[in-house]
Unconditional design. Structure first.
Length: 637
């Protein structure tokens, strides 16, 4: 090793992660407390972190013997809703004077579907205290649980010695080289060559492999194939992702291939198909469940008699015997479900669920791994002999709220670290099946060393004959400028939004409204700034000719479009100032995501004088000038 290089041990690197995670924890906790004190209930509802007022419906004990209550909120089902399975929540009430009270007892979301939610409560007394109040709501609570899971995982990994976790720690973060078997390659003519190479690398990896999937290259298809082939050699694997939505997606694809999936944690995509392979639903359908349910009910009834019963010793003995039998039945059902399943699927934090306690897996697959905090990845890695990362570290990184922690490296995923230090692990998927070639090639050149090629069937795809696939509406010659709005100093550009909508109307008229509906041509409007997204959503409602197309048009942030695609994408860049300040537009991975959502048409709205002071946007502007069309925007007096 060169004396000029300072070697950082894996333990030192993990201690740094712990310190940075602590900064993020404190920042997020303070931010939560600050917001809940300063923001009105109406604002919290609008932002999707609160339901108010709620109505209470039935309450019962679920299949896991948790006491749950069903609630609803008539006007609280919106696209910004942040409630999902596993999120910690707290209840609030407001008296007639507008004074707010927060209930601090622990509650967790069990299920969300539209404006209906099922919440795990400590017990009947907690529900009674809530029902006695006139105006009650529920809001997202600061999530201590996820952080505690991550801190535990980091500490266990730091302390690991003489076991498989210690080997993986040294391989992923240290100087040990990953090892591979030398097997004759498996031929899979139904997928392309780069996908086949990636699957074979996964099969041969003893420690770690990376499926690097740029936009539209069929990463999920490749990952499903790799899991399917692995299951020819192994009895069971663990499949994880950062988000519930990503877990749902890969689970559904595996189920379509006939794989028996056991989903730990309720799905975000609430369909009968998804629910059918959840742990809770299968637990309830087990032949022994009716006997178990009767015993649990009997125990609750016996506890109810405890106060009035004189012979408490005999009652306690009876309860203890029933509880012993209940524990035995629960164990039998649990083992039966796990023995049948070939894939155990959950979020990274969900892999710390007590029902997975003590279980180990030969292989762990982490989908969307580039979006996961390193600490979250270690939660699941502790349970595995080897790990396969799938994702793209040239797209969205983990979400970090503390600027100091992000700047110090908390936003660098474990997948990215391994990709940079152990390139032998990487299999790059090189054929994309999504974008017109003119849209794809700039991203290929800047992010993927020009290795990303377009499949023949999509290379020249377009909405209109002789259409220009990539255009830039340049507002340099106008007075259009950004504004600062809101408590969080968000950025907005109202004139640019109006311009975008007027150009969208023109483009829809060129296509024809009937054709848009008949051919289901979908349109995405993206802005990196939330304030601009909210403004665009308000303004589009005022455009009469776009109202019939409401189902065809979606408006969201870059993060909101991750993993999605549309026939047409319009991007509002917002930033327009004399100093050339572009803020977090300098995180180029976001722009990579925004541009590569488009299948056939990409329209960028932005001020070139501001944006092209950055080398990336100068290169993009020159590319559009050469391969697309620049439209200088002018406004009539």
């Amino acid at each position: 090793m060169s004396n000029n290089k300072t070697y950082t041990t894996p333990e030192t690197a993990l201690l740094k992660q712990t310190a940075l995670l602590s900064k993020e924890y404190e920042h997020e906790k303070c931010e939560y407390l600050d917001k809940t004190k300063k923001q009105s209930i109406e604002t919290r509802v609008k932002k999707g972190v609160c339901w108010f007022p709620i109505a209470f419906h039935r309450s019962y004990y679920n299949s896991l013997n948790q006491f749950v209550a069903e609630v609803s909120c008539q006007d609280c089902s919106n696209e910004n809703c942040e409630f999902e399975y596993g999120k910690q929540v707290c209840f609030i009430s407001q008296n007639y004077n507008g004074e707010e009270k927060v209930f601090t007892f622990s509650s967790t979301v069990s299920y969300v579907d539209g404006n209906r939610m099922v919440i795990v409560l400590p017990g009947q007394s907690a529900l009674d205290s809530l029902k006695s109040l006139p105006n009650v709501g529920v809001q997202i609570y600061f999530d201590e649980t996820s952080y505690q899971c991550m801190f535990r995982a980091l500490q266990e990994t730091i302390n690991a010695k003489g076991n498989r976790l210690a080997v993986l720690k040294e391989t992923l973060l240290g100087t040990s080289s990953p090892t591979f078997r030398e097997n004759y390659p498996v031929r899979m003519p139904w997928i392309n060559r780069s996908q086949e190479t990636a699957v074979n690398k996964v099969l041969n990896a003893k420690d770690v492999a990376i499926v690097h999937g740029p936009p539209g290259t069929g990463k999920t298809t490749t990952l499903v194939e790799a899991i399917y082939e692995t299951l020819r050699r192994e009895t069971q694997v663990l499949v994880c992702a950062q988000s519930n939505m990503a877990v749902d997606w890969i689970s559904e694809k595996l189920t379509d291939r006939g794989v028996n999936v056991l989903r730990i944690g309720n799905p975000t995509r609430v369909t009968n198909k998804m629910l059918s392979f959840t742990y809770e639903r299968r637990f309830e359908r087990h032949p022994m469940y009716s006997e178990l349910w009767a015993m649990r009910k009997n125990v609750r009834e016996l506890y109810g008699k405890f106060r009035t019963e004189q012979n408490r010793a005999a009652l306690k003995l009876k309860i203890d015997k029933l509880k012993e039998r209940i524990a035995g039945l629960e164990y039998e059902i649990n083992e039966s479900l796990f023995d049948e399943a070939r894939v155990i699927a959950c979020t990274l934090v969900g892999s710390d669920n007590k029902i997975l306690s003590g279980r180990r897996f030969s292989s762990l697959f982490i989908d969307e791994a580039a979006q996961a905090l390193e600490a979250a990845s270690w939660i699941a890695i502790r349970k595995a002999d080897r790990v396969i990362f799938a994702g793209d570290h040239c797209q969205l990184p983990p979400t970090i709220k503390c600027y100091e922690a992000e700047r110090a490296g908390l936003g660098i995923s474990l997948m990215q670290k391994v990709a940079e230090s152990k390139p032998v692990c990487i299999s790059l998927l090189t054929t994309q099946y999504r974008m017109n070639d003119e849209i794809a090639q700039f991203s290929s050149s800047w992010f993927y060393d020009g290795k990303l090629k377009s499949a023949p069937e999509v290379k020249e795809r377009s909405v209109l004959d002789f259409d220009t696939s990539i255009v830039w509406f340049d507002t340099i010659s106008t007075d259009i400028a950004e504004e600062v709005v809101g408590d969080s100093f968000g950025k907005i550009n109202k004139d640019e939004a109006e311009l975008l909508l007027s150009e969208l109307v023109k483009y829809v008229e060129q296509i024809g409204q009937t054709r848009v509906l008949d051919e289901n041509i979908d349109i995405g409007i993206i802005s990196p700034y939330k304030a601009q997204v909210y403004y665009l959503r308000q303004q589009i409602k005022q455009v009469p000719c776009l109202r019939p197309l409401r189902g065809q048009i979606s408006i969201n942030t870059v993060d909101g479009f991750q993993g999605q695609e549309r026939d047409v994408i319009f991007v509002s860049m917002v930033r327009a100032n004399e100093k050339g300040q572009i803020g977090f537009l300098s995180d180029l991975r976001r722009m990579n995501v925004a541009m590569t959502r488009a299948r056939m048409k990409l329209a960028i709205f932005g001020n070139s004088a501001t944006l092209t002071k950055h080398a990336f946007y100068k290169k993009l502007y020159d590319y559009v000038l050469k391969h697309g069309k620049i439209t200088k925007v002018t406004f009539a007096d």
